[in-house]
Unconditional design. Structure first.
Length: 106
């Protein structure tokens, strides 16, 4: 499954538009991650534990969207938009949503 943020793919012709497809993933960040992220925030540097969680959520959302596109008979998703948010009472959950247009290309 071809997935791209662009509206067109060079050298490919869109033969059918199947419609908008989406994917969502919400992953909780646990207390240990919060502790280490807090230390990183205080001392500076990247938070590898949160980066890993975000990457996992992004991959899950994109995979879910690709599966929806495949069910519609598409072989590509174009115009993908990714959004990241925190949710939950204390903002301790990370949400990644994506949307795009499922198409058939030749």
């Amino acid at each position: 499954m071809l997935m791209t943020t662009t509206a067109l793919v060079e050298g490919k012709h869109i033969t059918k538009y199947h419609g908008v497809v989406t994917g969502e993933a919400i992953i909780g960040a646990n207390a240990v991650r919060d502790l280490f992220a807090g230390l990183r925030d205080f001392f500076g540097g990247r938070s590898g534990s949160y980066e890993e969680v975000l990457r996992k959520a992004k991959d899950t959302a994109l995979r879910e969207m690709g599966e929806e596109a495949a069910r519609l008979g598409a072989n590509a998703v174009i115009g993908i938009d990714l959004d990241y948010e925190t949710v939950g009472a204390s903002g301790s959950m990370l949400m990644v949503t994506c949307s795009g247009t499922a198409v058939s290309m030749e």
